[in-house]
Design a protein around this ligand. Sequence first.
Ligand code: ISC
Length: 446
Amino acid sequence: MKHPLRALTVTLGPAALGATDLAAGLTDAEVHCWIRRGEGQIGFGEAARFTATGADRFIDAEAWWKQLTLEAEVVDRVGHPGTGLLAFGSFAFSRTSHFLSRLVVPELVIGIRDGAAWATLVTSDGTEPTDAGVQAAVVRVLGTAGGAGGDGRTTARADSGADSAGRGPVTLSPGSLGEQRWMDAVAAGVERIAAGDLEKLVLARDIVVHRGSGIERHEVLRRLAASYRDTWVYGVDGLVGATPEMLIQVEGRTAQARVLAGTIDRRDANGQGLEYAERVLAGSPKQRHEHEIAIQSLTTALAPFSEAMNAHDEPFILELPNVYHLASDVKAELVDVEGHIPTSLALVNALHPTAAVCGTPTSIAGALIRELEALDRGPYAGPVGWLDAAGNGEWGIALRGGVIETPTSMRLYAGCGIVEASQPTAELAETWAKFRPMLEALGVER
Ligand SMILES: C=C(O[C@H]1C=CC=C(C(=O)O)[C@@H]1O)C(=O)O
């Protein structure tokens, strides 16, 4: 007999987690996670799962989630975004993808928000989750109380040193298109833009990393969380990465997005730092044009759901360990649609795919991507994140990541915005800079 889910959320004392950085809790190879600057949520086990493919994947997921949360019995003693029932999710970039878009409700979620920790225990067999049950589940996944191992940053750094020192061979192999064929695809895209068929196109490619000694998923996540503190580190099943781009974040009536487009490799700055980025990135008409198109696509799609929207006139420079980006933060106050504030997933349905990962106009860019990339992007460049029963959530764009395909191999993806002024060799170099966070986390030096 199928039972409705039952959930209990309680505050966790500092000793229960034993660390101020949530990355310290990445103790299990199957852990789901969403972490930025040591805060967010991690999930263990599985109480429920939904999968879908096709054009209606977001709407179908939303309907499933609504029904599940309506039937559930929830005691939430914390009551902020992310507490109560929560699902992690990952969606295919394309409606034609074979990848199964998914929502996963873990049995145990541990979170840190504004320095305070909490945990939610979910049962699917009809039993009532208790305080003692939550504490016991936390101890089970983190080791003894207070035994999560201190600060995730320290642990991760020590591990990555040990890793590059001496594990099995790591090799790279080309994905769907080799480098030359991918550059030919970029040149073909530029031609189509020059012919006036479209304004911008985002072309991606894949590579496969083989690691003889095995891919340790939670170690990879720890390294990403340690090195890429300003990104959102995500792990949902085999999908793992650290994205700097926020498609949409919803908290009550407030929605926020971080739009990125325009990139330079930090290695090219030769230590000149931000001054170089200001000159070469913010000062480049090509990069500004690429960024302008991405901002336009987000704000146009968000406008019907909001009454007040502000985005700065000037993009800022986002400094990451591998690249500098042109970035713009957009904030909007949401309006009721059919009597309700739109949920984060409803907004994802309206916003995806933006011009930061597809192009403009969307349908022409989407068709050209299918024609030129010769690649099923799977969850790459699709929405990844979490949502709660109130509709709050954070959905990043699954960039700077990849999919663990076998115990010893992982497929990585990276793409570039192509405009008329794009040069195939420069775009190829940019993909290598974008692969770098994952390559480093996997112990590949390049
Ligand atoms: C498509 C990717 O990046 C997008 C996000 C930021 C900057 C981009 C760019 O400058 O081309 C891309 O639009 C990727 O990382 O795979």
